[in-house]
Design a binder for this molecule. Structure first.
Ligand code: SF4
Ligand code: SF4
Length: 269
């Protein structure tokens, strides 16, 4: 279900949470990264080694909650915006959630914002406690918001209250038709939605054609991250049904592997 909708269900999320005892003892990072992709900056940035080293860059990150301080560095560096900083320990009734936020304008301390769940549905209001712009690392700002304690692991996105009145440079995230052309659609090859749209307008409306012409899906993820997004874009631009669009060729290796595994013939790679 997660791979179809991109929305983590309760079971996935509860498996990622630490024990009740750890949750009550202080801030912690929750990593909601559930798809094996070649990515590991979270393991490199943690100053306490709390995100354990990966044997393979496609592995899912694993946490050592005993050493995590909730410092938030991992949330700011994660390109998938998949890490949140939770603090359930400072009050019986409220808790805080640190959310990576890449929209402008940034909220300000004291603002009351709308808190949404993983599917983008409104859950509750929240009060902004702090905004860390992370200039030092030039990474994603992390906005920490106070919410009712029983909602802290439900809310995962925020929206400014005044958003309706402010002319936002970014489109409604639920309306993919209006994604700005500058949005990166293929992160491995740094290709924007605008470049893909331009090629589709020229008649290249097949995933493999786009791959040959502008390298979408040619990077380390081999299309696992961008393939469906590009097919959706083809569907929107051409009016073809999504299911009628060719998935494109899958060629081995279907994920990056180490040379020693190829040379040594290691099994179960
Ligand atoms: S919050 Fe800080 S200590 Fe915890 S995993 Fe992230 S970087 Fe490491
Ligand atoms: S940096 Fe983010 S997307 Fe990359 S492996 Fe870590 S949690 Fe997953």
């Amino acid at each position: 279900m997660y791979l179809k909708t991109g929305v983590a269900d309760k079971e996935l999320v509860s498996n990622a949470l630490p024990t009740e005892e750890r949750r009550a003892s202080g801030p912690y990072a929750i990593i909601e990264c559930f798809q094996e992709i070649p990515c590991n900056p979270c393991t490199e940035i943690c100053p306490f080694g709390s995100i354990l080293p990966m044997d393979d860059i496609n592995d899912l990150p694993r946490m050592d909650y005993d050493t995590c301080t909730g410092c938030g560095l991992c949330a700011a560096i994660c390109p998938g915006l998949a890490i949140f900083i939770i603090n359930e320990s400072y009050s019986d009734t409220v808790a805080s959630v640190g959310i990576p936020y890449e929209f402008v304008p940034l909220p300000q301390k004291g603002d009351v914002v709308k808190m949404m769940d993983r599917a983008g549905e409104f859950v509750t209001d929240g009060k902004v406690l702090r905004v860390v712009p992370n200039k030092k690392y030039e990474n994603t700002p992390v906005v920490t918001v106070e919410v009712p304690k029983d909602k802290v692991n439900e809310v995962r996105f925020l929206q400014l209250k005044q958003e309706a009145e402010v002319a936002m440079p970014t489109a409604d995230p639920n309306d993919e038709e209006n994604l700005p052309d500058t949005t990166i659609i293929c992160r491995c090859e740094n290709i924007t939605v605008g470049e893909v749209r331009k090629m589709i307008d020229q008649g290249y409306d097949d995933f493999d054609e786009l791959k040959r012409l502008i390298r979408t899906g040619m990077g380390p993820c081999q299309g696992r991250t961008c393939r469906h997004l590009i097919m959706q874009e083809i569907s929107r631009k051409t009016g073809k049904k999504f299911e009628d669009i060719e998935l494109g060729a899958f060629r081995p290796p279907t994920k990056p592997i180490q040379l020693e595994q190829l040379i040594g013939g290691k099994e179960d790679v």
